[in-house]
Design a protein around this ligand. Structure first.
Ligand SMILES: Nc1nc2c(ncn2[C@@H]2O[C@H](COP(=O)(O)OP(=O)(O)O)[C@@H](O)[C@H]2O)c(=O)[nH]1
Ligand SMILES: [Mg+2]
Length: 304
């Protein structure tokens, strides 16, 4: 990985380690620990954004390990095992079950401003680097500027752009876009959608319709339905997203804005609360600011 990218990634990891590891080591070597100290540890963990449920679980297990083993166990080994257990081997790869030699599609959904369009551009860049032939399709016919924004990305990464006229039916645009991708023998279509508000039933129904078009076109293994989440969004994002989950069968998550003070623990929370693998992490606004997520690397960097 390029050095600058790596640094931005590790800064995010540092923000989950900061203080926590020291505190764990301290509590571990301490002869007796009072209830307020355990509570304090729990609060410290919650502050890393891992969510209250996991924070409580970690404190309970750490405490019981200490008491059972009388301090002779290796708490770092335990922590590594515990944190890595949230992820499954190989789950971070895109299209693990793809039918080869057939068009694949990445369908990007998420609320406004999380970074869908930017991520579409970055994904196109990475895929082209790997030798894929990419088309960027805009299903955001709601705002004229949305087409333009994606078209600029297409030009930047050197791939084809497909968009409908403003006000066109997004499902029809995506249908035509995929049709054209098959015709031009492209290997990957990346479909960008309009931001969805969880309160707008019409927009959600439309999203469901577009998603169905994509799935009807391609074998199941050739479609990734990706939810884009902003690492800074906090609790509110989790609430809003539960509406999207009901209309699109999601296969994974891309976490953006890791570079802007994300607290790191959010990755565990997402994995746990959505039950979905994180595929990539966005670490900036540039074309190559997207890192494939590697759970082993992530957990190792936190624990050791
Ligand atoms: N720092 C940072 N900014 C990002 C990242 N991804 C997207 N952005 C910015 O977030 C803003 C919204 O992005 P956009 O792709 O238009 O979001 P959309 O509404 O979901 O399509 C833009 O200013 C992007 O440059 C990221 O990983 N890091
Ligand atoms: Mg957009």
């Amino acid at each position: 990985m390029e050095k600058g990218l790596w640094k931005r990634w590790l800064q995010g990891v540092e923000r989950i380690k900061e203080g926590v590891k020291e505190r764990l080591a301290q509590l571990w070597s301490q002869k007796s620990t009072g209830p307020e100290e355990w509570e304090e540890l729990e609060e410290m963990l919650i502050a890393t954004d891992i969510g209250p449920a996991l924070a409580m679980e970690l404190v309970t297990e750490f405490r019981s390990l200490k008491e059972r083993s009388r301090g002779s166990a290796d708490w770092r080994e335990w922590l590594y095992g515990k944190l890595i257990s949230f992820f499954k081997e190989g789950e971070h790869n895109l299209f693990p079950q793809a039918q080869p030699d057939f068009l694949k599609a990445i369908f990007l959904v998420g609320i406004n401003g999380v970074g869908k369009t930017t991520t579409a551009g970055k994904l196109a860049y990475l895929a082209q680097e790997r030798g894929e032939k990419v088309v960027l399709i805009s299903a955001d016919t709601f705002r004229a500027a949305a087409n333009e924004q994606l078209a600029i990305w297409a030009e930047r990464v050197g791939c084809r752009f497909f968009g409908g006229s403003p006000g066109a039916d997004p499902a029809a645009v995506v249908y035509d876009g995929l049709q054209s991708a098959l015709k031009s023998k492209e290997t990957l279509a990346i479909v960008d959608t309009a931001g969805r508000s969880h309160v707008n039933k019409n927009l959600l129904a439309e999203l469901e319709k577009v998603s169905r078009v994509v799935r009807r076109f391609l074998p199941e293994g050739n479609v990734e339905n990706i939810l884009v989440i902003d690492a800074l969004a906090g609790q509110n994002a989790f609430v809003q997203v539960s509406a999207i989950v009901q209309v699109v069968p999601l296969t994974g998550i891309i976490l953006t804005k890791w570079d802007s003070q994300a607290k790191g623990g959010i990755l565990f929370r997402i994995r746990r609360e959505f039950g979905l693998p994180v595929k990539y992490i966005g670490v900036g606004e540039g074309v190559d600011d997207l890192i494939p997520f590697d759970a082993h690397e992530f957990v190792r960097a936190i624990v050791f």
